[in-house]
Design a protein around this ligand. Structure first.
Ligand SMILES: Cc1cc2nc3c(=O)[nH]c(=O)nc-3n(C[C@H](O)[C@H](O)[C@H](O)COP(=O)(O)OP(=O)(O)OC[C@H]3O[C@@H](n4cnc5c(N)ncnc54)[C@H](O)[C@@H]3O)c2cc1C
Length: 313
């Protein structure tokens, strides 16, 4: 597939990710079994815990994400917060902390309606994570939320300094944010970025995004913090391995991160070579937006999706 066709397809899926009409249609199609199961650990905490156990037994770290985003009601935000608090106590009781931490989307805690409520709930989740002996990372969403998310992160870090940040290499501002956040103890996940963003704020070409990723990686790897290299891209992984050697970083001072169901053999290879590797494990019923972003990233998944959509199983 040509570059233009790929870019078109990416825009179509990212637009689909934001469509609630399509969401209802796809969620009710018998699509779920194959494709969803490939990228999502299951619908509830028990299945999430089973997937976590398998990964932990293989020596991998885990970051669990309870699926859901763009919550518009306080009730839904409260339910999401409660889910994380329960999840953390179950992980601790099962002996799965500190191997497993959690990733939280502030929009699932109501950031778009009341950012104070999102902060209060995120703080409760951080308290629960501390009690369970583990950490929280705040996922990064579309660029309209970046400032608010970084402000909330700074507040949370006052009591919970190990709260992780996520920065997206496709945003033009991100090199500056990397400099700000490359401080002692600061956990920063660097990813390419998964949302449809305008040219005014984001690089549009793959090459420009990759070049930005490398510049950001250099800042984080040469800084004082704990870089979390979140990519499946073989070239960027090789560059990160090189920078870790160059800056004489011990494997405990950085980590690789990949998504559940994506390049598991590469996850095992990196761990086998002595790197710390963490797998991002989503679970829950609200898988639609997450799945559409995965399809936007990799047209090769499309054939799989098509088969699943037409299958009656
Ligand atoms: C742990 C983690 C957390 C994330 N958190 C966020 C977040 O908070 N906010 C956000 O906006 N985005 C997040 N993302 C998503 C991220 O921004 C990218 O959209 C996503 O990772 C795809 O980019 P990529 O770096 O993997 O490379 P891509 O550009 O998608 O792929 C580059 C190359 O990687 C290889 N590759 C990719 N997928 C596969 C595959 N399935 N099988 C084989 N090879 C493959 C191929 O060689 C491909 O050409 C996260 C990603 C990860 C891994």
């Amino acid at each position: 597939m040509g570059r233009y066709a790929r870019r078109m397809l990416r825009s179509v899926f990212l637009a689909a990710a934001a469509s609630s009409k399509l969401e209802r249609l796809v969620e009710s199609a018998p699509v779920s079994k194959g494709i969803v199961r490939r990228f999502v650990a299951g619908g509830g905490i028990d299945e999430a815990l089973s997937a976590t156990r398998v990964l932990a037994d293989d020596g991998l770290g885990i970051s669990l994400d309870y699926l859901g985003e763009d919550t518009l009601t306080a009730e839904q935000a409260t339910a999401t917060k409660d889910q994380y608090v329960t999840l953390l106590s179950r992980l601790s009781a099962a002996g799965l902390t500190p191997a497993a931490e959690v990733s939280v989307k502030l929009s699932a805690l109501g950031q778009k309606v009341d950012d104070r409520m999102a902060y209060d709930y995120a703080r409760e989740i951080c308290d629960a994570a501390s009690a369970a002996g583990t950490t929280v990372t705040l996922d990064m969403e579309d660029h309209t939320t970046t400032d608010s998310t970084l402000e909330i992160l700074a507040e949370l870090r006052k009591n919970h300094p190990s709260t992780g940040a996520v920065l997206q290499a496709y945003l033009r501002r991100t090199e500056g944010d990397c400099r700000e956040l490359a401080t002692a103890g600061s956990r920063v996940r660097l990813c390419k970025g998964a949302y449809a963003e305008p040219e005014s704020v984001a690089y549009q070409s793959t090459l420009d995004v990759d070049k930005s990723y490398v510049r950001c990686l250099n800042i984080l790897m040469s800084g004082e913090g704990h870089p979390m290299v979140a990519t499946h891209d073989p070239r960027l992984i090789a560059i990160a391995e090189d920078r870790a050697r160059w800056f004489d970083r011990d494997p405990s001072e950085y980590e690789f991160q990949m998504l559940y169901g994506v390049r598991p053999e590469e996850q095992a290879r990196l761990a086998g070579n002595g790197h710390s590797v963490r797998v991002y494990v989503p679970y829950g019923d609200q898988w639609y937006g997450y799945l559409m972003r995965r399809l936007a990233e990799r047209p090769a998944n499309l054939a799989f999706f098509g088969r699943a959509l037409t299958s009656r199983k």
